[in-house]
Design a binder for this molecule. Structure first.
Ligand code: MN
Length: 135
């Protein structure tokens, strides 16, 4: 066993993230058939991802602030610390902090058979999609 090396915090790219979003990688595969990855992701108030989907789905565990998650059918879920969102394989969605608050979540996903397909990115979300009606 070993203590995993700490990775530096990195800012996520503007092509896929609107507003300031920072990522701390925590877990990455060591060997051939390992697939699990996990990261801590911090969103500035109102920051958001573009539309995207994951080949093997994703778990998002909120650790601070207020999170908003949306899907193409217009559903928006608002989550608080201690709650975990699941998105199934291939479902397009976005992640965001609520206006006026930072948000932090742990993001767990498994690499796709071709790691380039782990996350498929699309266009940025609109303000109307972000604002929607949380339930
Ligand atoms: Mn996602």
């Amino acid at each position: 066993m070993n203590i995993e090396p700490a990775q530096p915090t990195a800012k996520n790219p503007p092509e896929q993230f609107a507003g300031d979003v920072w990522v701390d990688p925590i877990v990455a595969p060591h060997d051939g058939d390992q697939r699990a990855t996990m990261a801590r992701v911090r969103f500035a108030p109102g920051a958001r991802t573009a539309w995207h989907s994951h080949a093997r789905g994703q778990y998002l565990h909120v650790t601070a602030g207020v999170a908003r998650f949306g899907t193409r059918d217009g559903e928006i879920l608002e989550l608080h610390p201690g709650q975990t969102l699941y998105t199934p394989p291939g479902q397009e969605h976005w992640h965001a902090s609520a206006q006026g608050t930072f948000m932090e979540h742990l993001a767990l996903l498994e690499l796709g058979d071709d790691p380039a397909t782990t996350t498929i990115w699309a266009e940025h979300i609109t303000d109307a999609e972000y604002e929607g009606g949380a339930r």
